[in-house]
Design a protein around this ligand. Structure first.
Ligand code: KG4
Ligand code: ZN
Length: 352
């Protein structure tokens, strides 16, 4: 069984072909970095236009590289949400057209489900597992109990972690995209120079908060001599921020592991996914936690942590195997919680 996957929910146009034997036959990604860089962040309208311009060509490349034809496919999967709606519409319309023309099953995949199931593509991880999903739009801890079966244990009450990385980068003039730039700058920095808060650390539960940390970084930046900032100051501040964020994530994840083991005694797998899981410092902190807690940590390779088409194709394979196909009148969803039954976090401004 082979499935074409299309991803257009943010600033990456991506198409891939993946088999149910976990082989990635092709995986094409076009980042719109140059389009968005002048604006210091993703502009939804610019993103949608770029997806429209490049998606058809990218799909053709993915099919050709896989050495197959459309007629060889068993299904077409596409991110149906959540995300920037203009881009999602471009992907969904394209996927529907391919499915209709070639008489193929159509699969609308939740972008978060794509991240959530990637570890099964890369490492054949069995259900259930605890998932730390850290990306630009989301920061959640979920018990992954099966395809389409997710139990949200924690979420952010304000910013997502990737968003915090991006904002810190912007404050320091490190440009866009922020996460990798902060990680690079932090490598030579002193993580103890700036005293920054560890939001939520020590509190019960496993919700996240990053706005207080972000504000503390802002105050520290304001206290620096006016820019352009000294490279040493930037390195120290990035390292201090990353250490604070790492402490917060480890604390929340440790609590989630306890909850997860109560739900699923004997389960021993922690998976980290989403763009921020590409961060080597965070991976090392999570690896140390996993060792202390006696669980194994699975992190997909960096390229499959950030947005890509292979994760959508794979989620399509998983859904197709279970007959979870969608009708061609599927409507793109700007918001689409993985666990609609999750109790709201006990604060204002919670993201789904
Ligand atoms: O999963 P992703 O590609 O897109 C979303 O679904 O949001 O995640 C993008 C986010 C951005 O906020 C980016 O700055 C962050 O992941 N990111 C990183 C790193 N690489 C990407 N954050 C920290 N360290 C990194 N190395
Ligand atoms: Zn993503």
């Amino acid at each position: 069984m082979i499935v074409l996957g299309i991803e257009t929910s943010c600033d990456e146009t991506a198409a891939a072909v993946v088999g149910d034997d976990r082989r990635i036959l092709s995986d094409r990604i076009l980042s719109q970095l140059d389009e968005h860089r002048p604006f210091g962040g993703v502009v939804p309208e610019v993103a949608a236009r770029a997806h429209l311009e490049f998606l058809d060509g990218l799909v053709a490349e993915a099919i050709a590289e896989a050495g197959v034809g459309f007629a060889d496919l068993d299904g077409v999967a596409v991110t149906g949400g959540p995300g920037l709606i203009g881009g999602v519409i471009v992907g969904v319309m394209t996927a529907k057209a391919i499915a209709a023309v070639h008489g193929l099953p159509f699969l609308a995949v939740n972008h978060l489900e794509g991240h959530a199931l990637t570890a099964r593509l890369t490492d054949d991880v069995q259900f259930p597992y605890l998932l730390l999903l850290v990306s630009g739009g989301h920061c959640q801890l979920l018990a992954v109990e099966g395809v389409a079966r997710y139990r949200r244990l924690g979420t952010t009450v304000d910013d997502a972690l990737g968003e915090a990385f991006d904002k810190v980068a912007k404050m320091l003039g490190l440009g866009y995209p922020g996460g990798p730039a902060v990680e690079r700058a932090a490598e030579t920095g002193d993580s103890e120079r700036f005293r920054l808060p560890r939001p939520m650390k020590g509190r019960p539960g496993c919700h996240f908060s990053f706005s207080g940390l972000k504000t503390a970084v802002k105050h520290a930046v304001d206290a620096l001599p006016p820019g352009p900032y000294d490279a040493g100051d930037v390195a120290d501040l990035c390292a201090s921020f990353q250490a604070a964020a790492g402490d917060a994530v480890v604390d929340r994840t440790a609590n989630a592991l306890r909850q997860f083991r109560d739900l699923h005694p004997g389960s021993d797998t922690l998976v980290a996914a989403g763009g921020v899981a590409a961060n080597a410092f965070l991976r090392a902190r999570l690896a140390a936690l996993a060792e202390t807690e006696g669980v194994r940590l699975i992190t997909p390779p960096q390229r499959l942590c950030t947005d890509n088409g292979a994760m959508i194709a794979w989620a399509g394979v998983e859904r197709l195997r279970l007959g979870l196909t969608d009708a061609l009148d599927f409507k793109p969803r700007p918001r689409w919680p993985l666990d609609p039954d999750a109790p709201p976090a006990a604060f204002a401004g919670v993201k789904a």
